[in-house]
Design a protein around this ligand. Structure first.
Ligand code: NAP
Length: 301
């Protein structure tokens, strides 16, 4: 029998790719804000209580506007923490697993650039967004034993507002941007996140084969291999576009975070250690440059 999956945020970067990936494998009941507004806990509770039988909840929906969250902390908390609590309660009540996506922004990123954050490192978010996502993790962990919390980093893709698409737009407008060089992370394509999640879901449904007798529920870091600053990422996009178009657009200019003020403070070091994902599931994401090349191939095809 095909498994039944409840998927949130179906129009978002990760949710959309998940919907495409999971639909051939499962009956996917996917929703977005038009179907049910997660900022209204009662509405969400009513909605999920009345869902048909489901085998898994996959929950990428979130209030992801990091700067806006500083101005609208209640809304960010409602969507990122309280709605996650409602879904965790529903999963626990039905005795089914939940997959929750979290973020590198749960860390303060104050470590030196030669170190990576592991799943066991203490969290210390700098922003409202980071705090509400971190609290979302806490409610998931405490309410639903069968959980996978997947912490992502610098997500981009073919949809929505993201850095990658902004750079492409500026390139096509002939504008060279100033881009921050002193924050580092691992730009990760939403499609690769969806592929990796799908493999984990298959392991959940088909039985986890290893020395573990039970599925290794818990928190995992899931980001691209390698490391880049936002400026490195932007430069790689412009170089690839120059090669593709034969133009010679000026490359992005490096600026410091101090020269590029924004409302929410970002971690300077967003590097996640992905080794637990590898040792547990045998999964290792390609390097960020490879992912970017694949994504650009799709864009330019
Ligand atoms: N983007 C990143 O760089 C990044 C990095 C690390 C972790 N993450 C995490 O990864 C997950 C997926 O991120 P993403 O980039 O795919 O996010 P996204 O593109 O912003 O998608 C989130 C989805 O949630 C929906 N949503 C927002 N408010 C809602 C509400 N009140 N009720 C119902 N749905 C609502 C959004 O709808 P609207 O578009 O209509 O608002 C959107 O479709 C999130 O949990 C995020 O916190 C993201």
């Amino acid at each position: 029998m095909r498994p039944k999956i409840f998927l949130t945020g179906k129009l978002g970067q990760v949710g959309y790719e998940l919907f495409q990936m999971l639909s051939p494998l499962a009956d996917v009941w996917a929703v977005d804000i038009q179907d049910v507004d997660f900022s209204d806990a009662l509405e969400l509770e009513h909605f999920v209580r009345n869902l048909e039988p489901i085998d898994l909840i996959v929950h990428p929906a979130a209030f992801t506007a990091v700067d806006l969250a500083e101005e609208q902390p209640d809304l960010a908390r409602a969507v990122n923490t309280i709605a996650s609590q409602v879904l965790a309660e529903e999963a626990a009540q039905r005795n089914i697993p939940i997959i929750y996506y979290s973020t590198d922004y749960v860390f303060d990123g104050r470590r030196s650039f030669d170190s990576f954050y592991t799943e066991n490192d203490p969290t210390s978010p700098l922003s409202v967004y980071g705090l509400t996502k971190c609290d979302g993790e806490t409610v998931i962990r405490s309410i639903c034993k069968k959980h996978c919390i997947l912490r992502l980093c610098w997500v981009y893709g073919l949809r929505g507002n993201n850095f990658f698409r902004t750079m492409l737009r500026l390139y096509h407008q002939g504008k060279t941007p100033n881009v921050v060089y002193d924050q580092i992370g691992a730009p990760t394509w939403s499609r690769i996140i969806a592929v990796t999640t799908t493999i984990i879901i298959l392991k959940i449904f088909n039985g986890f084969c290893s020395e573990h007798s039970e599925f290794p529920w818990g928190t995992y870091h899931l980001s691209a291999g390698g490391a880049a600053s936002w400026h490195d990422f932007a430069t790689e996009i412009f170089v690839a576009m120059n090669q593709q178009t034969g133009q010679n657009m000026e490359l992005p200019h490096p600026v410091s975070s101090a020269e590029y003020p924004v409302k929410a403070t970002r971690p300077q070091n967003s590097q996640l250690d992905n080794s637990l994902l590898y040792t547990t599931f045998g999964l290792k994401l390609p390097d960020w440059k490879t992912q970017l090349a694949w994504c650009l191939e799709v864009v330019n095809s």
